[in-house]
Design a protein around this ligand. Structure first.
Ligand SMILES: NC(=O)c1ccc[n+]([C@@H]2O[C@H](COP(=O)([O-])OP(=O)(O)OC[C@H]3O[C@@H](n4cnc5c(N)ncnc54)[C@H](OP(=O)(O)O)[C@@H]3O)[C@@H](O)[C@H]2O)c1
Length: 282
């Protein structure tokens, strides 16, 4: 039996869809806070169980009978280590035989602020003694869609990544890889990223083409970029984390050319231009 946490989320939904192409619906359990959010999966025969990282005592019973679990990292940045600890403890208690976890590229050495909670979670998995697969996901190409929309509105695409190349891939590609690793049942560490990355200047050129007007890239110091994101309405801590990530891209922190992701999914990763074009036009 396979179970997927965060099955209502953007990545989790895609993982369940990939699993549905590989195993019978009755072998899949969608773990969610709100069952209504995955009524479509239930209609297909996927089991749905309530699962809230913040209700530790309820987690082990919800994992009864599960042999392979995908723990999708939570989105409450700053609270994730105790949340993930609760899930790992519950999985161990329930006798789960493999935990796959969505980490970040080179989590143990990554300079990104965002990497700290992933490194801590990887350390918890190692300490648990439960066999585990570290799915060290790079950036989602979709992360750039909101900024691209704003860039078109303002006529300039801002960031702090300089000439750094980000090896982003689509969520669907990462989801497919997670389903492959789960169904293979292999423990290991996977550095996952798009085959061909891009700079923000290349992104700006593609956005310009879609917009039908020049939308040049303007590189900003990290602090200025954080202020601009705040000015656009992002909460200050989130703006700081995003600006940090972008500045670390300039140093190569989200570049990877291992092609591990395309190797796992058995095809080239989705070209980033396609993901951006589909997201902006759709
Ligand atoms: N690699 C990247 O570029 C990148 C970018 C963004 C995020 N991420 C990470 O990847 C994860 C998946 O990405 P995504 O795009 O699918 O994010 P998402 O759409 O925000 O989905 C997050 C999922 O986590 C669930 N969740 C949040 N708190 C929970 C809790 N306390 N208990 C149980 N479930 C909880 C949400 O459930 P509800 O539906 O109930 O809210 C949702 O299903 C994110 O959570 C984040 O850790 C990675």
């Amino acid at each position: 039996m396979y179970a997927v946490t965060g099955a209502s989320g953007q990545l989790g939904r895609l993982v369940v869809e990939s699993l549905l192409g590989k195993v019978a619906p009755g072998e899949i359990v969608a773990l969610v806070r709100n069952p209504d959010s995955v009524a479509d999966f239930a209609a297909k025969g996927v089991a749905v169980r309530v699962f809230d990282y913040d209700a530790p005592e309820s987690l082990a019973p919800a994992l009864a009978g599960i042999t392979r679990l995908l723990l999708i990292s939570g989105n409450a940045v700053g609270s994730r280590v105790p949340q993930h600890q609760a899930v790992i403890d519950a999985a161990k208690a329930a006798g789960v035989q493999l935990i796959a976890y969505t980490s970040i590229l080179r989590a143990q050495t990554s300079p990104l602020l965002l990497a700290a909670e992933h490194k801590a979670t990887e350390d918890l998995l190692a300490a648990s003694g439960v066999p585990h697969a570290l799915l060290r996901n790079g950036w989602y190409a979709e992360n750039y869609l909101m900024g691209a929309g704003a860039a078109i509105a303002h006529g300039v695409l801002i960031g702090s990544a300089g000439d750094g190349v980000v090896s982003a891939a689509s969520r669907a590609d990462y989801a497919e890889a997670a389903a492959v690793v789960l169904t293979r049942g292999e423990a290991g560490t996977y550095e996952l990223a798009g085959d061909i990355g891009f700079t923000l200047a290349e992104l700006a050129a593609v956005v310009s083409g879609i917009a039908g007007k020049p939308v040049p890239f303007q590189n900003l110091p990290q602090a200025d970029y954080a202020k601009a994101l705040e000015g656009a309405g992002l909460p200050a801590p989130f703006a700081a984390v995003l600006a940090d990530s972008d500045a670390r891209v300039a140093e190569g922190a989200l570049f990877d050319d291992s092609k591990t992701l395309s190797g796992l999914i058995g095809r080239p990763t989705t070209p980033w231009r396609e993901t951006i074009a589909a997201g902006l036009k759709g």
